[in-house]
Design a protein around this ligand. Sequence first.
Ligand code: SF4
Ligand code: SF4
Length: 56
Amino acid sequence: MAHKVTDECIKCGACAEACPTGCIKEGEAKYEVDASQCVDCAACEGACPTGAIKAE
Ligand code: SF4
Ligand code: SF4
């Protein structure tokens, strides 16, 4: 299990700042979660203004 960024991402960067493990990085079209480092804390989900991050 890991959190995942969907196409609703507007690349604001709030999730990357909120993530305690630093596993969210800016990708080509949207931000991306490195699933191997995600601890499913959901901090990114709460920080995202568009609701683009979901638990897989
Ligand atoms: S659930 Fe937590 S660890 Fe996983 S990407 Fe979001 S903020 Fe980072
Ligand atoms: S907080 Fe949401 S909209 Fe902003 S970069 Fe992260 S996933 Fe995209």
